[in-house]
Design a protein around this ligand. Structure first.
Ligand code: FAD
Ligand code: SIN
Length: 550
């Protein structure tokens, strides 16, 4: 294992807990709240507690909350597997759809408020590729804000969880016992307010660090999501799976180059909005029988194709059949944000184009969050249970964070009575002190990673472009791979690492499936490729393995 920074554990301030959770989104907090009763718990988070994708989730949480014949677990399972294009792990999907409704009710019992009908029943909406109305939502389109609010409140309420904000984890601490067996014993972290390194030790260390949006030029994710947990896990010898499957949301706000790529929820199409090209034509029926409600990857590529053919910068999403009052009542945040940026959705269609949105791949875990590295667990978007396969069904991600965040408690509890060798961390202290780089140098390398990934490893990829991206990413790694202990330098290393893994896996998969589309291999190839790509580092070398689809 190679740590990014040289450090001497015995000289750094150290705190010890039973359970250490990295990340304070839906997955990390769901896990932390359940663990509190079983031992000492700390949550480390990069900025303020609410800063992550969870806070921004709009459409809602998918769960079967209507009785048959309106909906059933079997139908939710089948929709999830259909979207996953032959790579979902059936057992993981079973867990998701069967445990999901209870976890949503539990969240409500703990204080989350979802929108209800006048009768008091939960209001349920529909999104693309769902065959039933099964999405609960809050304040119309602010579901994530409500989930983050209620979980943060629960986590802080009892005072039993130590929350450390503005702490950026750098690497997992990997120790070897006398027999040479390796295990994770906590993390090395950078306190971004003091600039000092700290050590947090724990029997179980849980990565809940979210997605990788920041490695792409255009993304719906907040900038904190630089793939740190995945890069740290890779350096620690954990297996990463399905890294080629990156989801692009079809409809991010696209007016002008300098406005934010604000998400226009899929629920807007679920409620009847239509997509128009720059000739004012509805085009989706030419691409898929479900038209605007086709799977996300199909809609994203159709929009990209229309943009390419018409030479426009965007297509538009038409809601003008509704009054301003109707739109503002159902989608208050989207309506207000569009108006703030000069578009009144009741009068003119909203300019939209695709943006990176979600990572299906990540740190490979079993159904209880355990990885191949003892002591290291993972849940939420940074983990890969196989539940999403090659493409995630809308609103299954918040559900995954709840269900698997809580299941990770089982693997954490199994470690509670284990011990960590006091201080036999490997691979540290051998490197030269990091190379200091100017802020400008780091910022322009960050932008270069984002451009490379957007251009060559984005919605549509080809072998030549992927090779080119990989060559340049390798050069960037040579230049920036020995960072000084600053947040910007560490994030850049992690971004380069994750970008290399996405590109490597995308190059390896010589077919098109789900969210992964290769121009040079445009067809699905079940005979060769109905399997997962697993990436791992061993003795400093990348190992590319494969795992059967479950
Ligand atoms: P996050 O909520 O992203 O949290 C990650 C945490 O890790 C953050 O606290 C971050 O600060 C911390 N972190 C990262 N690196 C470090 C580090 N090195 N050190 C310390 N802390 C670190 N999904 C749905 O199911 N329904 C929706 O309606 C929906 N809408 C979405 C809308 C938007 C705009 C976006 C961006 C996503 C949406 N998603 C939706 C996806 C969903 O929000 C995320 O997949 C989910 O919230 C991820 O939760 P998480 O807990 O795994 O990660
Ligand atoms: C959306 O509201 O369109 C996002 C839903 C999701 O990512 O699941």
């Amino acid at each position: 294992m190679t740590s990014l920074l040289a450090f001497d554990p015995s000289s750094l301030p150290t705190e010890t807990f039973d359970f250490l959770i990295i990340g304070s989104g839906v997955a990390g907090l769901s896990c932390a709240i359940e663990l509190e009763a079983h031992g000492s718990v700390a949550v480390l988070t990069k900025e303020a507690m609410s800063e992550g994708s969870t806070q921004w989730a709009q459409g809602g949480i998918a769960a079967v909350l209507s009785p048959e014949p309106l909906d059933s677990s079997a139908l939710h399972q089948s929709d999830t597997m259909q979207a996953g294009a032959g790579l979902c792990d059936r057992e993981a999907v079973d867990v998701l759809v069967n445990e999901g409704p209870h976890r949503v009710r539990q969240l409500i019992a703990r204080g989350a408020h979802f929108d209800t009908e006048p009768s008091g029943e939960l209001k349920l909406t529909r999104e693309a590729a769902h065959r039933a109305r099964r999405i609960v939502h809050a304040q119309g389109d602010s579901t994530g804000r409500e989930v983050q609010r209620s979980l943060s409140h629960s986590a802080l309420a009892s005072g039993g969880i130590a929350v450390h904000e503005n702490v950026v984890t750098v690497d997992f601490l990997i120790s070897e016992d006398d027999s040479g067996a390796r295990r994770c014993c906590g993390v090395l972290a950078l306190d971004s307010q003091t600039g000092k390194l700290r050590i947090f030790r724990a029997k179980a260390t849980i990565a809940a660090t979210g997605g990788i949006g920041a490695i792409y030029k255009v993304t719906t994710n907040p900038p904190v999501l630089t793939g740190d947990g995945m890069a740290m896990a890779f350096r620690a010898g954990a297996a990463l799976m399905d890294m080629e499957f990156v989801q692009f949301h079809p409809t991010a706000f696209a007016k002008g180059p300098n406005n934010p790529k604000f998400l226009i929820s899929e629920a807007v199409r679920g409620e009847g909005a239509t997509l128009l090209n720059n000739k004012g034509e509805r085009f989706m029926a030419r691409y898929h029988p479900d038209a605007e409600l086709a799977p996300r990857d199909v809609v994203s590529r159709a929009i990209a194709q229309e943009i390419l053919e018409t030479g426009a910068d965007y297509v538009t999403l038409d809601l003008t059949a509704n009054t301003a009052q109707e739109i503002a009542a159902r989608f208050p945040k989207i309506y207000a944000t569009c108006v703030a940026y000069g578009i009144d959705p009741a009068r003119e269609p909203i300019p939209v184009s695709p943006a990176e949105h979600y990572m299906m791949g990540g740190i490979r875990t079993d159904l209880n969050g355990a990885t191949n590295v003892v002591g290291l667990l993972a849940c939420g978007e940074c983990a890969c249970t196989g539940v999403h396969g090659a493409n995630r069904l809308a609103s299954n991600s918040m559900l995954e964070g709840l269900v698997f965040g809580i299941r990770t408690v089982r693997a954490a509890m199994a470690l509670k009575n284990s011990s960590c060798p006091p201080s036999r961390e490997t691979g540290n202290g051998k490197r030269q002190t990091g190379v200091a780089r100017s802020d400008d140098e780091l910022a322009s390398a960050r932008v270069r990673v984002q451009e490379l990934m957007w251009q060559y490893a984005g919605l549509v990829r080809g072998g030549e472009g992927l090779q080119r991206a990989l060559r340049e990413l390798d050069e960037l790694q040579t230049r920036f791979g020995n960072p000084a202990p600053t947040r910007a330098a560490i994030e850049l290393c992690n971004m380069i690492c994750v970008a290399q893994l996405v590109t490597r896996a995308a190059l390896e998969r010589t077919e098109s499936r789900g969210a992964h589309f290769r121009t040079d291999f445009p067809n699905l190839d079940d005979a060769d490729w109905q399997r997962h790509i697993v990436l791992r580092q061993s003795d400093g070398e990348l190992q590319i393995e494969s795992a059967p689809a479950g």
